[in-house]
Design a protein around this ligand. Structure first.
Ligand code: 5GP
Ligand code: ZN
Length: 112
């Protein structure tokens, strides 16, 4: 828990979110500013600043985080989806608590 981290507060339940999944290690909730019809975030509960701060000890947690994406995407009715992990300010990261974006829904995904 990092005192002024918004995702730590969401993980603790101190800030409300449109939660779609929770277990001991992970939480997933809809992004507050969705950029596709379905846009949710998968967030390890432990405060890790970014993918750039991950170490060997985080291997299993990273695997669980990624494996949750297809399961939740299916539950959200997505036939396919896109994942994104912004890392560091130059990588477009704004919330410095590791999270995976999952995007999908219709044909709203821009070609990259
Ligand atoms: P980043 O740019 O760090 O990869 O993405 C952070 C994401 O978190 C953004 O898409 C932003 O809309 C979302 N976000 C920021 N604050 C909140 C919040 O309080 N609740 C929810 N549900 N999403 C948030
Ligand atoms: Zn945090």
């Amino acid at each position: 828990m990092s005192a002024d981290c918004i995702f730590c507060k969401i993980a603790k339940g101190d800030i409300p979110s449109k939660k779609i999944y929770e277990d001991d290690e992970l939480i997933a909730f809809h992004d507050i500013h969705p950029i596709t019809r379905v846009h949710f975030l998968i967030v390890p509960k432990v405060h890790i600043e970014s993918l750039g701060s991950c170490e060997t000890q985080h291997q299993v947690l990273l695997g669980k985080t990624l494996l949750l994406a297809p399961k939740l995407a299916r539950e959200q009715g997505l036939a396919g989806f896109r994942t994104m992990i912004n890392t560091g300010r130059e990588g477009g990261q704004e919330v410095f608590h590791l999270h995976v974006h999952v995007f999908g829904g219709g044909d709203s995904l821009p070609k990259v």
